[in-house]
Design a protein around this ligand. Structure first.
Ligand SMILES: *Cc1c(COP(=O)(O)O)cnc(C)c1O
Length: 370
C-alpha cells in the first residue's frame, strides 16, 4: 500500500535545475556569477563558522537594518528568505490559498507555477507578447475577483526583456488595490535601460513607496554572487510582511548568509566592476549569436534568450559540443547565461564550429569537446 499524498500535487511540475556541466565546460545554465566570492565575503563567512552550533538570528538585524537604511524604509517592511524564491513562496502563502488565482506572464520564472500550486492556489499564465515582453494589457484583462497576486518579473527570466518604469506604473495604478503586485527584480543590476536608476534601484521600490499594493523582490544570488548561500529580501506593505513572517519556515537564513550579505553590501564598488563585465560579455555574446544567424533577443539581464523554436535542440547540442552548458526549453528556445570573456569566446567558437571545422578541432585539442 502506498501512502496518500495531496491529490493537487499531481499538477505540480518538478523544479528542474540547469543540467550539470562537465569539468572544464562553461556552466551557463543557471544565471550564476562567473566569479568566485570576493575575499572580504569569504572572510566574513569564515568569522561566523565558529558559531554554527547556534541557530541563526531570525530577525537578521544587521542585514535588515542595512537594507532599511539604504532604501529609507521601515525595517518592519523588509524580510529575508533563503533566496528570493523562498520570499516568492511566502508572498503567495501570505495572500493566496485554495480557490485564489495568482497571475504571471509566461514564459517567466520557472518556480512561479510550482509555488502557486504548492500553496493550493491556481496559476494564471498570460502569454508574453510577440516581442517576448510582458503583455500588461492582457494581464489587466485577466484579473478576476479571485486574483490575489500578480508577479511582474522585471527584467524577465528567461527572455531578458524589461517593462519600462512608466508602463509599469500605469499597470500598477490600474490593478485593484486588494491585489498584491510583486515586482521580481532578481536581475535589475544588469539592466541598463531607464528602468534602472542607480545602484540596486529598479523602479519597483519607487512604486512600492507610492502605492499600497506593491512588493519588491531582490536577491543576493545573481549580481552579488551568493547563489550557494541562499539569501534574498522582500520589501512589502506592512500587513503583507507580517503575514510573511507567519508563513515562513523558521531559521531559513543562516548567519553565514547574513554575514555574506552584509559584506557584499560593503563591497558594492568591487561588485559593480564584475557586473559591468557580465553586461559587456552579454552584449558580445548576443552579437555573436546574431552574426551566426540566431534570433537572440536584446537582454537587460545576465543571460540571452534565443527563441530558436524547432531549432532549440540543435542550438543546445551545438553549444554542448562546444563545451557550453546552457538552458534549453524544449521547442521554445535556449537561455544562455552571461559569464566571463572566456565563456563568451566559447559560445562564439561553438557557433563557428557548426560551420567550420577548425574551432571544433581547437576545442577538442583543449579537451573541452568530448
Ligand atoms: C534566480 C531568480 C530568483 C531567485 O533566486 P534565489 O536564488 O532564490 O534568490 C528569483 N526570481 C527570478 C526571476 C530568478 O530568476
Amino acid at each position: 500500500m502506498t501512502l496518500p499524498t495531496r491529490s493537487d500535487l499531481d499538477a505540480v511540475p518538478a523544479y528542474r535545475q540547469g543540467r550539470p556541466a562537465p569539468a572544464g565546460a562553461s556552466k551557463l545554465s543557471s544565471n550564476e556569477s562567473p566569479h568566485p566570492p570576493l575575499p572580504s565575503v569569504v572572510t566574513a563567512v569564515q568569522q561566523q563558522l565558529g558559531s554554527i552550533h547556534r541557530y541563526p538570528r531570525m530577525s537578521a538585524p544587521e542585514v535588515i537594518g542595512r537594507l532599511a537604511e539604504r532604501y529609507g524604509v521601515d525595517p518592519a517592511l523588509v524580510t529575508v528568505g533563503a533566496g528570493s524564491v523562498e520570499l516568492a513562496a511566502q508572498l503567495i502563502g501570505a495572500v493566496a490559498g485554495a480557490g485564489d488565482e495568482v497571475m504571471f506572464a509566461w514564459r517567466s520564472f520557472e518556480a512561479y507555477p510550482s509555488l502557486v500550486r504548492i500553496a493550493g492556489a491556481t496559476p494564471v499564465e498570460v502569454p508574453l507578447d510577440a516581442d517576448h515582453r510582458h503583455d500588461l494589457d492582457a494581464m489587466l484583462a485577466a484579473i478576476t475577483p479571485r486574483t490575489r497576486l500578480v508577479f511582474v518579473c522585471n527584467p524577465n527570466n528567461p527572455t531578458g526583456t524589461v517593462v519600462g518604469a512608466a508602463e509599469l506604473e500605469r499597470f500598477v495604478d490600474a490593478v485593484p488595490r486588494d491585489v498584491l503586485v510583486v515586482i521580481d527584480e532578481a536581475y535589475v543590476h544588469f539592466d541598463r535601460s531607464e528602468y534602472f536608476d542607480g545602484p540596486d534601484r529598479g523602479a519597483g521600490l519607487e512604486l512600492h513607496r507610492r502605492y499600497p499594493h506593491v512588493a519588491v523582490l531582490h536577491t543576493f544570488s545573481k549580481a552579488y554572487g551568493l547563489a550557494g548561500l541562499r539569501i534574498g529580501y522582500a520589501i512589502a506593505p506592512a500587513e503583507i510582511a507580517d503575514a510573511q513572517r507567519k508563513v515562513a519556515v523558521p531559521f531559513g537564513v543562516t548567519d553565514l548568509a547574513q554575514a555574506a550579505a552584509v559584506a557584499s553590501l560593503d563591497a558594492e564598488a568591487e561588485l559593480a566592476i564584475r557586473i559591468d563585465e557580465v553586461v559587456a560579455e552579454r552584449d558580445r555574446m548576443r552579437d555573436a549569436l546574431l552574426a551566426a544567424g540566431w534570433p537572440a533577443v536584446a537582454s537587460e539581464a545576465n543571460f540571452v534568450w534565443v527563441p530558436a523554436g524547432d531549432r532549440t535542440a540543435e542550438l543546445d547540442e551545438l553549444l554542448h559540443a562546444g563545451g557550453v552548458v546552457a538552458r534549453a526549453f524544449a521547442g521554445e528556445g535556449v537561455r544562455i547565461s552571461s559569464g566571463n570573456a572566456e565563456d563568451a569566446d566559447r559560445v562564439a567558437a561553438a557557433l563557428a564550429a557548426a560551420t567550420d571545422g577548425p574551432a571544433a578541432g581547437r576545442l577538442a585539442a583543449e579537451g573541452v569537446l568530448a
